[in-house]
Design a protein around this ligand. Structure first.
Ligand SMILES: [Zn+2]
Length: 288
């Protein structure tokens, strides 16, 4: 049997990290939900329709593993099905955090995969973050899809919806969520600057293998720590790290536009001459 912190501490964790999700712009309004295992067969979770920025103890509900309320005010949200699927698929996890991080969601809306090996610390701890196909929110289909993906990942994106992260504590799951949004921001800024250069495949595999051994992860992924490509998808392994264009558009594009300077794509992409080209574009824009 797992030794868990007392209920009071777990309640405080949900309140603290729920509020932080709002303060760190990882969700808005009534979005998102958090939960933590209270015992082997009970889960403490945020109730339906509460604002995470103003979470209070009365907003927490205890449910069993079938989703039935055991105690507390209000009702559990339909999205709890997703959390319960995660707990069923991953006996090794203690907490689930679901939020709507805006930059991550923007990537899914733009149709750009986040399953790329770009930042070393993300490869170490999360590997390649998959995006699940669009499925209606709150449905059992979505819960099944999320549960299945979490067998081999600690963080997943749902198309046009948000992120689900799991961990050994609420803090651990929250950190993964924050890391995903931070990564999305870095990738967006890099794209704005002209390109996203991925890590060379050999380094990505080296990091991932090291991360799975050092920090652990989903048992299915840890089992692949010594495999040829660790648990990384073919897309990561196919990248030379030199910026070869890919169909996802994550590698350098042939052209790019400078926001607010010109609405039309300009200039052949070139890092060295970037400043000159931007200066020229600005001058042309001012002349027109
Ligand atoms: Zn949601």
């Amino acid at each position: 049997m797992t030794r868990r912190p007392p209920e009071r501490q777990l309640r405080d964790d949900l309140l603290r990290f729920g509020r932080l999700c709002y303060e760190r712009h990882l969700l808005v309004a009534l979005d998102g939900n958090l939960s933590v295992r209270l015992s082997d067969d009970l889960v403490l979770c945020t109730q339906a329709g509460c604002h995470k920025g103003f979470l209070e103890d009365r907003h927490l509900v205890v449910i069993d593993l079938s989703g039935k309320k055991v105690r507390g005010e209000g009702e559990p949200t339909s999205e709890m099905a997703m959390h319960l699927a995660a707990y069923r698929e991953r006996p090794d996890i203690e907490a689930v955090v679901h939020a709507h991080p805006p930059m991550c969601i923007a990537f899914t809306v733009a149709g750009i995969s986040m399953a790329r090996c770009v930042l070393p610390e993300v490869v170490l701890t999360l590997g390649a973050v998959p995006t699940l196909d669009y499925t209606t929110t709150g449905t059992s289909d979505l819960a099944t899809q999320v549960g299945r993906a979490l067998r081999s990942h600690d963080g997943v994106m749902m198309d046009r919806h948000g992120a689900v992260c799991v961990g050994s504590s609420v803090l651990d799951a929250f950190c993964k969520l924050e890391t995903m949004e931070h990564t999305a921001k870095v990738m967006k800024w890099a794209r704005d600057l002209g390109q996203v250069q991925e890590l060379p495949a050999a380094e990505a595999v080296h990091l991932r293998s090291m991360g799975l051994k050092r920090y652990g992860g989903p048992p299915e992924a840890v089992a692949k720590a010594d495999a040829a490509g660790a648990d990384l998808p073919a897309a990561c392994l196919g990248c030379s790290g030199c910026g070869t264009p890919t169909e996802t558009g994550l590698a350098p594009r042939a052209t790019f536009s400078v926001a607010r300077v010109s609405a039309t794509p300009i200039l052949p992409q070139s890092q060295r001459h970037l400043e000159d080209e931007v200066r020229k574009a600005v001058a042309e824009h001012l002349r027109s």
